[in-house]
Design a protein around this ligand. Sequence first.
Ligand SMILES: Nc1ncnc2c1ncn2[C@@H]1O[C@H](COP(=O)(O)OP(=O)(O)O)[C@@H](O)[C@H]1O
Ligand SMILES: [Mg+2]
Length: 260
Amino acid sequence: MLEVDGLAKRYGEVLALRDLSVRVDEGECLVLLGRNGAGKTTALRCMAGVLLPSAGNVKVDGIDAADDPAAVRALVGLMPEVPGLYERMSARSYLDHFGAIYDLEPSLRTRRIGELLELFELADAGDRWLGTYSKGMRQKVALIRATLHRPRLVLADEPTSALDPDSARRAWNYLKDLQKDGCALVICTHSMEEAENLAGDIGIMSAGRALAVGSIVELRRRSGLKTHQEVRELPSLQDIYLAIVGNGAAEHELAETRSA
Ligand SMILES: Nc1ncnc2c1ncn2[C@@H]1O[C@H](COP(=O)(O)OP(=O)(O)O)[C@@H](O)[C@H]1O
Ligand SMILES: [Mg+2]
């Protein structure tokens, strides 16, 4: 569903993303982890066709985003890190507005919006202005908006960073249901619990590069961490992540020293 090849993005002096190649098939999930500034948001925006890469290409369902950005955008639902919502609109009319842009038939969008507001416990607040919403409520609206048209590929940037544990679990279950229906997912997060819950491949990014991409088992092997013999416990995803990012930073510094 998503094929990314040699993707790079430069903002002036800053090389935010370098040579990223990943693939996410139908019904699969890729979770991107990495420090602030690692290039996760940039990668997601390039995948969504809203940001033009400096090099490389993105194909969604075989369509190159550079050739037909509009076709790619129709297949994709992007949930941005900071949702820009219309403050003086109710959640219900805001979502209805986007449902119309996505060409959903009025009765279908009313039903779907009603169900999703109910699922995310926003049914009672649905007619209030978005300007009165808490951060978590706004994030729920952004998730509903990104998935309302049942896109084939959902790209979500820290989708549960403002959600309470109960709502976060609902959001994961909702994303997993979409996945079961064949939707491909790419999620950026800082939550190890989220990465484990979504149970997809994990990409660990640092300074614009993917240091490692694979299943948790593959990353555990890659990290070189051993099972804790005394307690027979496997290293946690956080241990693995810290080991790989730590090694990556060390390699990076070495490369910088060599090139200096
Ligand atoms: N519009 C922009 N102009 C200039 N630099 C940017 C812009 N957006 C992001 N960057 C830089 O690109 C790098 C990657 O940022 P980002 O993709 O937001 O990382 P992440 O989402 O992993 O925190 C950072 O160094 C950031 O400062
Ligand atoms: Mg980001």
